[in-house]
Design a protein around this ligand. Sequence first.
Ligand code: DQA
Length: 141
Amino acid sequence: KRIAIVNGPNLDRLGQREPEIYGRATLADLEQALRAEFGSQASLEFFQSNHEGALIDQIAAFGAARYDGLVLNGAAFTHTSVALRDALAGSGLRTVEVHISNIYRRESFRHQSLTAPVCVGVISGLGLEGYHAAVRFLLKA
Ligand code: DQA
């Protein structure tokens, strides 16, 4: 199976950005850990952008290529982007939304996800383990 792992704005700075919230591991560490766990069973494709349109274009491309699943951390666009939601809805991708932090324990503007209603499920607050759980789920489902 082919699974796409897409990370949105500021997640390129994972490990340096607010480590008390997001931890010290980097996006490269995450990629390495996911490849170590799933690399032999699945083809994993990683994409990160700080740009809304680039995320939308890439999600459409994964959809057109009929990927078997998408793990999406839309970061701040989760709370703001109707366009990102529409891209997911139109992509036909089975999507699991992941947040490293528990968005419900944080500021009220993070409590709403515009993208969650078009996802299979949401994992929030389990740190980087959330990505592992999401890939595991998509490989079984
Ligand atoms: C985040 C939570 C968002 O509210 C925030 O804007 C992020 C990261 C998370 O992974 O916890 O950038 O998606």
